[in-house]
Each structure stands twice: as C-alpha cells, then as structure tokens.
Design a protein around this ligand. Structure first.
Ligand SMILES: Nc1nc2c(c(=O)[nH]1)N[C@H]1C(S)=C(S)[C@@H](COP(=O)(O)OP(=O)(O)OC[C@H]3O[C@@H](n4cnc5c(=O)[nH]c(N)nc54)[C@H](O)[C@@H]3O)O[C@H]1N2
Ligand SMILES: Nc1nc2c(c(=O)[nH]1)N[C@H]1C(S)=C(S)[C@@H](COP(=O)(O)OP(=O)(O)OC[C@H]3O[C@@H](n4cnc5c(=O)[nH]c(N)nc54)[C@H](O)[C@@H]3O)O[C@H]1N2
Ligand code: SF4
Ligand SMILES: [Mo]
Length: 749
C-alpha cells in the first residue's frame, strides 16, 4: 500500500474557479463559459436565493429508492437536512444513510487535489493543468502505440445522468474508446437483459404506489428491510393485509415479516419458479385472454415447465411440495400480485432466465399494467437507472443500438457530430475489459465513481490486473479508496450535494440533485472534470453544446424522442422540482394531453409491449448446474450481500459518519448456523478463518439460526469479502454471480 500525503481541506481555494483560468493561461482563449461559473449554484439558484434560513429539496444520493430530502441552508451552504414530507417517494421518511448524507462529505480523506503517482510509490498534489495534461498525454500515447481500443473506462450508477451521458459521449465519440462499462454490470445487467428480451425494452413497469396496492407481494432474492428500507415502509403502509411471499435461503428481516418463506437452497430459484408456474397452469390460474392477446411462447412454456413437478423439485431445492402449491395458489387467486426481485436473482450464473421466470408468472396471470401488479426489478444505486439509459455502454446513448445504422445517424444528428465517430459495435462488458487487461489488449483505464479493487469478483485477480495497467486514472471523491491505491493519477471529484443534475430512481422517476455545498479544495464536479478533459483532448467543438447539466439534459430529451423512455415533454429542471420528480415516459404528446404528469404512473396498462408485434415474450430454459458445488474440502456455500441499513457498498462514504459507524459491526463477520458453530466449537464473536479456492480471511462468527447449516453469509461491505468469490457470470447478461462460492470455515486459534 502506498502512502498518501496528508491533505487538509483548503476551502479558500475555490476549485471551479481555477480550471478556466488555467485553461485560459494555457491557450490564451477566454474560457469562462467552458465550465460552470465559480460558486454559482445551478438550477437558477444563486447563493442569495439559497441564503440564510431558506430550504431546498434534492433526492438522496445513496440508494435507488430516491427519497426526497429537504436541505436547510445557512449562508448558501446546506447545514442540515430532514426527509421531505411532500415527496411522493418517501412521504417524510428516510433511512440513516439519508439522514447522514451531508456528514459523509466532511472527511479528511476527501480528494482535494489531483494526485500524481511518484516513482517512490507515493503521490504528489498537482494542479488541474498538470493533471489533465498528463491524462491526455498518457492516454493518447497508449492509443498511438496500441490502437484506439486499448484504453477503456469503468463507470457507475452513482453520478448524475448528465455526467453519465457526457462521459459516455466523450469517451466513445470523442476519445475513440470502444470499451466502457459500469458497476451496473455487477448489479443490474441481468434485469436489463431479461426485460429487453421479454418486453422489448429495459422497462421496469411499476410505481411505488404498487407496494400499497398489492394484495400479494412476492420478493425473490430481495431483502428490502436492509437494502430498500423506505420501500419496505411503503409495504407496511399497505392496508390490504397482503400475503408476502419471500424466496430467500436466509431467514432475513424481510422473510421474518413474510406470510410465506420459501427458504430454498441457494440457486434453486429457477426450478422452484418453474414448479410454481407449472402449478399455476395446472390449477387453472392462467389468464388466457391476456396470454392470447399480449404474449407469445405460452405453449413452449407450458411444455417446458411440465417437467418441473412439485415432487421432482421440492426435495433438492430444500422446500416442501406444500410450500410450492401454496405459493402457486396464493399467486393464482389474489387480485393484484406484484413480484419483486433484486440481487439474489440478478447475481446468479442463471440470473437472466430466473428473472424471466418471474416475468413469466406475472404475464400468464395477467398481473401487469394494473395497480398493485408487475414483474418488478428493484434497482440498487441512486442512478443505476440513469446509467441503464444514458451511460453509452451496453446501449448507444438513450437506449439506442450501436449496431443499428439508423440509430447511429439519429444520435449523430441530434448531437451534431459526425456519424463516423460513433462505434458500430457494442463495447466489452466489465469482465471482458478485465480479461482484456490480462491479454494486454487494454493498457489504460479510467475508473469513475466505482471501487473495483473492493467490489469486483475474485479480488486478488482484479487487483493484479489493475497493477498490470500502463496507466490507471481514478476519479473519486476520496483519495483513500482501495482502487485509488493502485492509481497513477487521482482526479478529485465533487460529490452528491456539491453539484447539479438528475437521478432516475427505481420507478423511472427523474429527480434533481443540487449543489448545496462547495466542494473541498480543488475538487470539481464530474461534469466539470469532463469539460476539462474534452478541452485538453481538443474536443471543444464537438462538445460546444455541453455547457452545463441542464443543457445536456436538453440534449438527452432530444435523443429520447420516439423511444419508450421519451422525456421530451418535460419543460425544464424547475418542472421536475415542482412535480416531485417526473417518471419516464413523459413525451411532448403526453404533455400536450395533460398539463401535469400524474405522480404515480405504471407501464403496460394498454397491454402493449415494445417488441414489433407489441407482445411480451415468455422465455424459459434448462436449469444449469452450480459451477462450484460444495465438497468435502469446501463444504459451506457462501452467500454475500448487504449487511445493515447503515453500510453502503465499499463503505467509502458510510464509514465517514460517526453515527452510521455506531450502527454496524466494525469487524468483518460471517453469519453461520448454530449447529455448524457448535460442531466447530465456535461461539458468537469468535474469530474464524474463511477459505475458498481463491483466498482466505479472518472474520468474526455471528452465530445465527437464520442461515441454514452448510451455508454462510458475509456482507460485501468489508474489504476482504471478494477475496473469496468465484469469478463466474450469467452468460446472457455477464453479471457476476457473487452469491455462491464454496468455502471452508475453521476456528481461528
Ligand atoms: N444498506 C444498504 N442498502 C443498499 C445497498 C447497500 O450497500 N447498503 N446497496 C444498494 C444496491 S446497489 C443494491 S444492488 C441493492 C441490493 O439489495 P438486495 O438484493 O436486497 O441485497 P443483497 O443482500 O445483495 O441480496 C438480497 C438477498 O439475496 C439472498 N440470496 C442469496 N443467494 C440467493 C439465491 O440463490 N436465491 C435467492 N432467492 N436469494 C438469494 C440473500 O440471502 C439476500 O438476503 O441494495 C441497495 N441498497
Ligand atoms: N461480494 C459481493 N460483491 C458485490 C456485491 C455483492 O452483493 N457481493 N454487490 C455488487 C453491487 S450490486 C454493486 S452496485 C457494487 C458496488 O460497488 P462499487 O461501485 O465499487 O461501490 P461503491 O462503494 O458504491 O463505490 C462508489 C465509489 O464512487 C465514489 N463516489 C461517490 N460519489 C461520487 C461522485 O459523485 N463522483 C465520483 N467521481 N466518485 C464518487 C465513492 O467514494 C466510491 O469510491 O458492488 C458489487 N459487489
Ligand atoms: S432509503 Fe435509500 S434513498 Fe431513501 S434515505 Fe435511505 S439511502 Fe437514501
Ligand atoms: Mo447494486
């Protein structure tokens, strides 16, 4: 580990002011308009309008629930916050992370200066001019030597949509990159692929009101009590005494609140869902009129699931035949059934087909397009939905297709760029980019707002690959992340609360984030950094229109025209604010028919899907074997995931709040079953060694009855967890399967 200089907060150096001056000095050009004006608060709000005793609202920057927060201002800076009572998402509630959102901005390890790696391994603070000159020189020289495709980027679901669009366009249309992906691959790729194949577009159909309107909610591989606590509050507001079915190998907080818990063996979801589907068909619960009018593939599905009898599935999957039948009866007889899934499904080597098995159930029972229904993937990060539409990674910006000449021409026209600058093929997925480093195909990498040295699967290998690069740039709000330790150049980024833009939450709602604080030291918003990169790369002309977030939002609106995610009817940022967020779609036609968007809108009320025949596809496939089953040497199946409400991912942010730190265990821990603990002579709180074929770590035993014997669970928040995980992926979505690695657990002497 390299040493970092101690960097103090330097509030007197206003960062947004420095870059235009430097550029001006360098080029002799007047570049005041190149970047956001120093100190200016976006959205038309000057510091004086956000002065003493005023408040403003913004959405939370942690999870994809997208709670509205009211920020309390003093002298133009937010000094406190409360959950917003009028916001249609959270109705006055927030979880501890939201309450502490401002606190995590103040920390000694905020990146305040660009940092360049020294020969001795340490870092030197440098000016933005030096940093961006180095950035440009090094990446260009790599491209000259190894070809344009030899540099790539890894981005995120946690910056503003406008920043994602800018990054994707700059990297792929301007800098000549073909390969770029995001941490949404770790998280949402499966849902995206499943929706695209089943519905014809990546379109989560629901609105949060559905939590309150369902009389049966099914949660598959999802623990909203921990991961989406305010969504869970919405479930608790449901007045219909709903049935709650939870499919999870652990007896989670959510499972404890369920009326039916199908505590399956890990990764038996697909066969159980097919068995439930079979029962739904056999017991006459199919909505044939909906199936005939609005779907294709029912006969194949019926034949496929016929082999999944309760008897053949129950025993090996760890649940009883009666449980399968009861779940099918409940889903088949309730009026409004909603099915929700997250990482227990998405992070699986057969995740796409599992997600589609859930979608199939909603479709054949006609549970879509009505209040309280839907096949609903819940998104994780604050702007994962923005990344899905705008990052220019898996899809050409605005959910177009790189391979489609018509789409390329449309994008080129709307952005005023040459069509030749748009790649004609989809870039590599995250795992392939990592593989590209191994094969010497990728020599330079730009990492923005993600922490792969902690969060990527099979960590030992991931870190070796980061070290193998000729040039690694890490753009982050902190200089201390595990990934920053491998960087050659660290670019200091402003964070949530220090910049403007839009996030899209899980129910497709565009909402605003606002600059209510000044970023520390020389840190710049990702947007401003991208403007700087564009300038130093020589792309001022190409990005002349990309002056500020709202200007980019207008470009995004133009690009969305004609797409299912059309947002051309939104007037401006102010309207988003006034309406409590606006869900996509909101086209010009929608706006001409109705002045104000309804606060709760769901998709598919008309039964029309986005395939050419307007029908949804029922898709089924064979169940595949678990890649690394347990054996005598590694007899325990390790799952990983979220540990507490107060921890966020790799903890760069949540570990900075003293309040949040008190709310979670400091040391890494592994949940093991009481019987297994007894057989190892381990008591609660004892240190144990957890070993997989990839690595070994020490963790404290948390002895619980909620995981079954032969299984274990470790939160992903601790640095070492991914030393254990097995590098394997869903073949369709390329999402890592983080939740099934064979391990051995021993008492540590
Ligand atoms: N507090 C907090 N909240 C968060 C986050 C955070 O870091 N901290 N992260 C956000 C993000 S980005 C995401 S993606 C979401 C994730 O939210 P969730 O998906 O709810 O969280 P996980 O704990 O990863 O996984 C959910 C459940 O999958 C179960 N599981 C494991 N294996 C299987 C299996 O084979 N089948 C089934 N059916 N279930 C299985 C686990 O036991 C776990 O309870 O949370 C978001 N919210
Ligand atoms: N074993 C295991 N591993 C997992 C998972 C699991 O369940 N099990 N879950 C996976 C999932 S679903 C996800 S989403 C990933 C998350 O994995 P990561 O994306 O690696 O986790 P984060 O800690 O959210 O990293 C975000 C980074 O962005 C920085 N940052 C925050 N805001 C800004 C900003 O505005 N600008 C810039 N430039 N930087 C910013 C933060 O400081 C942090 O370093 O982890 C995955 N890894
Ligand atoms: S539930 Fe999510 S969006 Fe709401 S306050 Fe908590 S972290 Fe923020
Ligand atoms: Mo995620």
């Amino acid at each position: 580990m390299s040493t970092l200089p101690s960097l103090t907060r330097t509030d007197d150096r206003t960062s947004d002011r420095q870059l235009p001056q430097l550029i001006q000095a360098r080029t002799g050009k007047m570049t005041r308009e190149l970047l956001l004006e120093p100190g200016k608060h976006g959205l038309g709000m000057t510091p004086s309008t956000l002065a003493a005793d005023t408040t403003t609202t913004a959405v939370c920057g942690f999870c994809a629930t997208g709670c509205g927060l009211r920020l309390h201002m003093r002298d133009g800076e937010a000094v406190g916050l409360t959950p917003e009572t009028k916001y249609p998402v959270n109705l006055g509630m927030a979880c501890p992370k939201g309450w502490e959102a401002l606190r995590v901005l103040d920390s000694d390890d905020r990146a305040t200066d660009p940092l360049v790696r020294k020969p001795d391994g340490g870092f030197d603070p440098v000016s933005w001019d030096t940093a961006l000159t180095l950035f440009t020189d090094r990446f260009k020289s790599i491209q000259n030597k190894y070809g344009k495709e030899s540099i790539a980027f890894l981005s995120t679901g946690q910056i503003a949509s406008e920043e994602m669009a800018f990054l994707g366009a700059l990297a792929k249309f301007g800098m000549g990159m073909v390969h770029g992906d995001g941490n949404t691959r770790q998280c949402m790729a499966t849902a995206v692929t499943a929706y695209k194949e089943s519905f014809g577009f990546d379109a989560p159909p629901y609105t949060y009101d559905d939590f309150e309107q369902s009389d049966c909610l099914v949660f598959v591989g999802s623990n909203p009590c921990i991961g989406h606590p305010i969504m869970w509050e919405r479930v608790l507001r449901n007045r219909k005494s709903p049935e709650i079915i939870v499919i999870d190998p652990r007896r989670t907080e959510t499972a404890m609140a369920a009326t039916q818990h199908l505590q399956l063996r890990p990764k038996n979801d697909l066969s159980i869902l097919y068995a439930i589907t079979n029962q739904i068909i056999q017991r006459g619960y199919v909505d044939h009129s909906f199936v005939d009018q609005h779907t294709t593939g029912f006969e194949q599905l019926r034949e496929h699931v016929a082999g999944f009898t309760t008897a053949s599935v129950a025993e090996q999957s760890g649940i009883s035949e009666e449980q399968i039948i009861r779940a099918a009866d409940t889903i088949g007889t309730k009026e409004a059934v909603s099915l929700w899934w997250t990482m227990g499904v998405n992070q699986s080597y057969e995740g796409t087909r599992t997600a589609q098995a859930i979608i199939n159930i909603a479709l054949i029972t006609g549970n879509i397009g009505r209040p309280g229904t839907g096949a609903n993937s819940i998104t994780g990060q604050c702007n994962a939905m923005g990344s899905r539409l705008w990052s220019n990674t898996t899809n050409l910006i605005g959910h177009h297709k790189f391979e489609d000449a018509g789409d390329r021409e449309k994008v080129a026209r709307e952005l005023g760029i040459g069509v030749d600058s748009i790649p004609t093929k989809v870039g590599w997925s995250y795992d392939r980019i990592m593989e590209g480093i191994r094969r010497d195909e990728i020599k330079g990498l730009w990492v923005i707002a993600t922490n792969p040295a902690h969060s990527w699967i099979h960590q030992g290998e991931a870190r070796d690959l980061l070290d193998k690069l000729d040039f690694l740039v890490v753009q982050d709000m902190y200089h201390s992340t595990e990934t920053a330790r491998h960087a050659d150049l660290i670019l200091p980024a402003a964070a949530w609360g220090e910049k403007d833009g839009t996030f899209i939450n899980s129910e497709r709602r565009y909402s605003l984030i606002k600059k209510v604080r000044k970023a520390p030291g020389l840190a710049l918003s990702d947007f401003s950094i991208l403007r700087g990169v564009a300038h130093y790369w020589g792309l001022d002309e190409m990005f002349a229109k990309w002056t500020d977030p709202e200007a980019v939002f207008r470009l995004m609106q133009q690009l969305s025209v004609g797409q299912p995610c059309d947002i051309s009817g939104i007037n401006d940022y102010q309207q988003i604010d006034r309406c409590g967020g606006i869900q996509w779609p909101w086209s010009q036609r929608d706006a001409s028919e109705c002045d104000v968007p309804e606060p709760q809108r769901r998709l598919f009320a008309d039964g029309k899907f986005y395939h050419d025949d307007e029908k949804a596809k029922l898709i089924a496939a064979a169940v595949t074997p678990m890649p690394e089953p347990t054996d005598d040497e590694f007899p325990v199946m390790l799952m990983t995931g979220r540990g507490t409400v107060s921890q966020w991912h790799t903890q760069t942010r949540t570990s900075k709040s003293p309040v949040l730190r008190k709310l979670y265990p400091r040391d890494p821990y592994v949940e093991i079953n009481t019987l297994d603990a007894r057989s190892m002579d381990v008591s609660n709180g004892d240190w144990v060694r957890v070993t997989s074929r990839r690595g070994s770590l020490l963790a404290k035993a948390m002895v619980v009855p909620t995981v079954r014997s032969g299984q274990a669970f470790m939160p992903m928040h601790y640095e070492a967890t991914n030393q254990l995980t097995l590098s394997h992926f869903d073949p369709y979505s390329r999402q890592p399967s983080y939740k099934n690695s064979a391990v051995r657990i021993e008492r540590s002497s």
